[in-house]
Design a protein around this ligand. Structure first.
Ligand code: NAD
Ligand code: ZN
Length: 381
């Protein structure tokens, strides 16, 4: 089968790899119809991780079930499914509490928790930017879709990761009806957080970024765009909130944050959130920060330490949630919002391409080129 294979920093190739197959009785085999490139793939693509060359990417997957193991009884051949990016067993101490993002079984390293398809340090699972995908613990890890699965694939595929991830940011931030919410980052994840804040009834959603195309998308769903290349984002949020600060905020950038002023530590979005959010407000951080970032220009960041004024955070009595999203916790409800026509996460999709076009798409998305907001790949043509 064909797959998008990692060849080394900023290099991917579409190559023949061994076919994915049913290996255990609880496996499901999926013919991938739709799979996305994610901002999280870029951590590996840019060579910031120990992702091995020869492995293939893809953790935002959907497709058609073509084979099931003997021990699978809920999922059937022919089902259209979307696969939460967290690979989870469903039975460990964490899964039983709903923390599928920290499954203890799918992650072989006993000092770690949490697994994903096609990802560095997240277990051995192969990715879905390929023609076929092996889904372990298939009864648990498939979410079935309705008859409109093909027609609305660009909406439903967002259930694999970024829609529930954006929603998780707003859940950790406690976004409630009437709230004023600030979101740092208008990438796919930030835009999903903005959509989620709107769904949860926020009265004002402010989105900070500097890319005009991404800010326009934020405005298209009724958010206020704050361009941090033009204004100080903290001052802009305070102006929008009568000087009090936003009720809550979401970090949707991660350790690749740009530094518009040039005089601060590069990854200072958490610090800006502490300044932008009111006393006692909550912050949800889904942007990825890693214990070590060898590619960082700043020495502290290389050691995984980011600028974060804990004194001000404490003084303001704020709350913080962080980490990978437990996709399964939200995606049934979010699927039903899509099915009912009440959420259309596909508004962020800029390109729908074949698998063969992935190398070029990676280059454009990695460069944050104007107009390349979210790339959907169609391995089945
Ligand atoms: P992306 O890189 O396309 O988007 C990030 C956006 O942040 C870009 O538009 C960039 O211009 C903007 N940005 C950079 N510096 C900024 C700053 N100082 N202030 C405001 N905006 C700034 O990536 P994405 O796909 O949207 O993902 C965002 C983050 O979420 C990544 O770190 C990704 O790994 C992470 N992520 C986490 C989870 C999870 O489960 N927690 C899941 C998916 C993605
Ligand atoms: Zn993703």
């Amino acid at each position: 089968m064909k797959a998008v294979v990692y060849k080394g920093p900023r290099e991917v190739g579409v190559e023949d790899v061994p076919d994915a197959r049913v290996e255990r009785s609880t496996d499901v085999l999926v013919r991938v119809t739709t799979t996305n490139i994610c901002g999280s793939d870029l951590h590996m693509y840019e060579g910031r991780t120990d992702f091995e060359t020869g492995r293939w990417f893809g953790h935002e997957n959907m497709g058609e079930v073509i084979e099931v193991g003997d021990g699978v009884d809920k999922v059937q051949v022919g089902d259209r499914v979307v696969l939460p990016f967290n690979v989870a067993c469903g039975h460990c101490k964490n899964c039983e509490r709903g923390l599928t993002n920290y499954c203890l079984t799918a992650q072989p390293d006993p000092h770690m928790a949490g697994a994903a398809y096609g990802f560095a340090d997240m277990g051995p699972w192969a990715g879905g930017q390929a023609e076929l995908l092996r889904v372990p613990w298939g009864d648990f890890n498939c979410l079935r879709l309705g008859e409109d699965a093909d027609e609305r694939a660009a909406d439903y595929v967002m259930l694999a990761d970024i829609f529930p991830t954006g929603y998780h940011a707003t859940e950790m931030a406690g976004v409630s009806p009437g709230d004023q919410t600030v979101i740092y980052g208008a990438g796919p994840v930030g835009l999903m957080a903005a959509l989620s804040a709107t769904i949860r009834g926020a009265s004002k959603v402010m989105v900070v970024d500097r890319h005009p195309d991404r800010l326009r998308l934020a405005e298209s769903i009724g958010a206020i765009a704050i361009d941090d290349s033009q204004v100080d984002p903290v001052e802009a949020v305070l102006e929008q909130t009568l000087g009090l600060g936003a009720d809550n905020g979401c970090e949707c950038v991660g350790y690749q944050a740009h530094d518009p002023s040039g005089d601060e530590q590069p990854n200072a979005t958490m610090n800006k959130l502490v300044q932008s959010v009111r006393f006692t407000g909550r912050i949800g951080c889904v942007g990825v920060f890693v214990p070590q970032d060898p590619g960082a220009s700043d020495e502290l960041a290389r050691n995984g330490q980011i600028a974060f004024d804990q004194g001000l955070f404490w003084f303001k009595g704020q709350h913080l949630g962080s980490g990978q999203a437990p996709v399964k916790k939200y995606n049934r409800q979010l699927r039903d919002l899509i099915a009912a026509g009440k959420a259309e996460p596909s508004f962020i999709v800029s390109h729908q391409l074949s698998l063969d076009e992935a190398p070029e798409a990676y280059q454009h998305f990695d460069a944050r080129d104007e107009g390349w907001t979210k790339v959907v790949l169609k391995p089945a043509g």
